[in-house]
Design a protein around this ligand. Structure first.
Ligand code: ADP
Ligand code: ZN
Length: 744
């Protein structure tokens, strides 16, 4: 071989390429000499793919100089002029793919928002805008479904036209209602050249910065511990266990100030529902440059945010789950508030848990992670070594007294036909008389939750899903909460035609009607996903409540979290048992969390507060512990139960859901799959396949398999091996969920 060729060989580089489409595969490509200087891992490139050498966009994840044995195709071009992912982020994504058993390319797609992945600059985009109002369109509007109405409303409210994807996101809908609106010519389509970076948005003036509060003794102690870890530049996961109103947010803020003083940056993750202007305002009033990442951003806005974060301008990113990937160049601290919240787990692939991703990211960067909660997840409680506690409310406010009402007794005595029994009625009455505000929690939306024929026993169910239809009185429909299937609310039994079918069970709509009739002078506001549609609805409602225009706020769990209103003197839980009897090993924990959280909404002002919990299970440990605000007591009861059953946090768990439209074929595949797991270790337990609690959803039959093992790495390895070899029949799919949270 001539010397110049050897030299050339030495300079040759090979790029490891991952595809968003060919999930999983990592292919080698040759880096042409003119690109060697420019290309870095974490950039996107165009490569020829397949027999036809189709130019395809893909990710360069590594660059090597391996021995050259095979002939490689060269890269075509480099897409990005900067790295989208640095080494640590690449390592993090690799870890996610490995841990959650999902393809690397899929993780990269999840980490980089769509607005960033789409090529920079302008591009042709198809957008939707509402048709101008005409008599014809007014006619057409009368036949709209509720969903279509809502979609149209969202589009009308939007300051700029939206793409179909953006509209689906903003209106939380499938493409179906949009297509319907297009057919009716209520929504028009046009192709525009759109700047992928939004320009039209108004930038609000920065608020006046506010001075730090003087910390109390607990806050000081906790802050000192955190700051010393920041100084040591090492990783530590802190559990900040502070009761509701103990001043955790002030601690986060002052810890971040330390980090910012060292010219570093921070991420604060909060549940999407808590991402209100009130929360965000607390951070914006303390830092010059705060970026907020929530799920309503358009692709263009997200892209703009992302660019300003990666440039290092932003000091603090406040956001929901996916903000854990915010590309801050000098990340110095991650905070997760309400770390026990299940919304931190993504329920589509990649099914990552932001808490565990944050822990890994913090480890890789040698920075601290703070997990804050009044009711830490049992996993966090058990697995975190550094616990900092704040057992008192600031300003020495007392936690509210909690009274339990035994519904069995109330029902036996037939004290009311409604949902509000004597004690709660009296308490509402007194709270209103003393000019206090009331929060009532009922975790079920709709009017009646059960429709059944007394003559033949038929329960009105969804034909696509194995669930009952819920009566919504405003539109007089019976609606499926899973697939939106709906029929006019039946007066006769659909099976035996008996006139006088029974509507029973309480949803928030029925509760609202009851309150209006029993407290006619009070102003009532209902918050659930039916009333809180459209941008800003949530915040407008809370503003009315905060201003005192509303006396009674009632709603689903969306009212249980984070609200800080000093004038709330009563919290009532209509039925504490809604989550208690679900077939989920975390049912007790979820109930305890919900009750403790909602109880914490009162007693935040001078007037004090009280809580009334109505329940059919007054002796259940989750309920008695919540009534005493006693987290330790709950943990002491619950952990041994988990241990004896081999559930997390004492074992790792993987749930596999198999689904398909053909019931027999689906079950057969689930059985074959379960049989593949021949445990090498005795501790690996395989349960199932069994029908999932929702045995049928949207026409798909569902079976699940649970695998438990104290050795998580072994468990993942086993499932990885099995899934590699698997032949999946047509029409059947399966989903692997590592550390599952949704058990239904
Ligand atoms: P948590 O996040 O633990 O529920 P917050 O941080 O929201 O608690 O604090 C509850 C209330 O107490 C807030 O209104 C906050 O402004 C106030 N607060 C927090 N720390 C102090 C302090 N050191 N001095 C005075 N008020 C404080
Ligand atoms: Zn359905």
């Amino acid at each position: 071989m001539p010397p110049w060729e050897i030299d050339d060989l030495k300079n040759r580089k090979v790029a490891k390429i991952v595809f968003p489409t060919l999930y999983g595969a990592v292919l080698d490509y040759l880096v042409p000499p003119q690109m060697v200087q420019k290309l870095e891992p974490g950039m996107r490139v165009m490569v020829p793919l397949g027999k036809g050498n189709k130019p395809t966009a893909a990710y360069c994840v590594d660059i090597k100089s391996p021995p050259l044995t095979v002939q490689l195709k060269p890269l075509l071009s480099i897409i990005d002029d900067r790295r989208l992912l640095d080494d640590k982020m690449l390592e993090l994504t690799r870890w996610i793919a490995d841990y959650y058993l999902c393809p690397f390319g899929q993780v990269l797609e999840a980490v980089l928002p769509a607005g960033v992945r789409s090529q920079a600059g302008t591009r042709l985009t198809t957008v939707l805008y509402p048709a101008p109002l005409t008599p014809q369109s007014a006619d057409a509007k009368t036949i709209l479904t509720k969903k279509q109405f809502h979609v149209l409303d969202v589009l009308r409210q939007s300051p700029e036209p939206l793409t179909s994807g953006e509209l689906q996101h903003a209106a939380k809908c499938s493409p179906a209602p949009i297509d319907g609106l297009k057919r009716l010519k209520l929504v028009l389509v046009k192709t525009v050249r759109r700047n992928s970076v939004s320009t039209g948005e108004l930038v609000p003036p920065p608020p006046q910065l506010v001075a730090p509060l003087t910390l109390n003794a607990d806050q000081k102690r906790v802050l000192t511990e955190i700051v010393s870890t920041v100084q040591d530049r090492k990783h530590e996961t802190f559990l900040l266990h502070g009761i509701t109103g103990s001043g955790k947010t002030e601690v986060y803020i002052q810890a971040i100030q330390e980090v910012v003083r060292r010219r570093k940056q921070a991420i604060v993750l909060v549940p999407e529902i808590s991402l209100t202007p009130q929360t965000v305002g607390r951070f914006k009033s303390r830092f010059d440059n705060v970026a907020v990442l929530h799920s309503h951003l358009t692709d263009a806005e997200r892209h703009r945010q992302w660019m300003s974060i990666i440039s290092g301008e932003v000091q603090v990113v406040v956001g929901a789950r996916s903000a854990v990937f915010a590309p801050l160049p000098k990340l110095g601290l991650i905070v997760i508030d309400e770390e026990h919240e299940h919304s931190f787990k993504q329920d589509t692939a990649p099914r990552y848990h932001a808490r565990d991703v944050a822990r890994k990211r913090a480890e890789l960067l040698s920075i601290p992670l703070i997990l804050g909660s009044a009711t830490p997840a049992l996993e966090t409680y058990q697995l975190t070594t550094r616990t900092l506690s704040m057992p008192q409310r600031v300003k020495n406010l007392r936690l509210p007294d909690v009274q339990i009402v035994d519904l069995r007794e109330e029902v036996r005595q037939r004290t009311t036909r409604g949902a509000i029994h004597r004690q709660l009625y009296r308490a509402v009455y007194e709270a209103l008389r003393n000019k206090g505000q009331v929060i009532l929690l009922l975790n079920r939306r709709g009017f009646s939750t059960h429709i059944q024929c007394p003559a033949c026993g038929e329960v009105v169910k969804c034909p696509n899903c194995d669930v009952t239809l819920i009566h919504h009185r405003s539109e007089e429909i019976a609606l499926c909460h899973y697939c939106d299937y709906q029929i006019p609310a039946p007066a006769r039994c659909p099976k035996c035609n008996f006139l006088g079918i029974n509507y029973s069970g309480f949803g928030t709509q029925k509760l609202e009607a009851e309150i209006k009739s029993r407290f006619p002078d009070a102003t009532v506001l209902r918050m659930d996903t039916d009333t809180m549609q459209g941008p800003g609805a949530h915040e407008r409602a809370l503003t009315r409540f905060r201003n005192g225009e509303v006396n009674i706020l009632l709603g689903t769990q969306m009212i249980a979290k984070g609200l800080d209103f000093p004038n709330v003197t009563l919290v009532g839980v209509i039925n504490a048992d809604t989550a208690l009897n679900l077939p989920d090993f975390r049912a007790a924990e979820k109930t305890f969390h919900l009750l403790t959280q909602v109880a914490g909404r009162t007693g935040r002002g001078d007037k004090g507060g009280r809580v009334i919990i109505q329940t059919f299970s007054p002796d259940h440990p989750a309920i008695t512990a919540a009534s005493k605000h006693d987290y330790e007591r709950f943990v002491k009861q619950e952990l041994p139960v988990r241990k004896s059953l081999g559930y997390p946090p004492f074992s790792s768990m993987i749930r596999i859901v198999v689904r398909g439209e053909d019931e027999r074929k689906t079950l057969e595949f689930a059985q074959t799959l379960a049989a593949e797991f021949v445990p090498q270790k005795k501790e690996l337990r395989i349960l199932g396949p069994a029908p999932a609690p929702f045995a049928k959803l949207r026409n798909f039959y569902r079976f699940h398999i649970h695998l438990h093992c104290p050795d998580g790495e072994y468990l993942r390895e086993t499932v990885r091996d099995v899934s590699k070899e698997l032949k999946v029949p047509n029409g059947v799919q399966y989903v692997i969920d590592v550390d599952p949270v949704d058990m239904l």
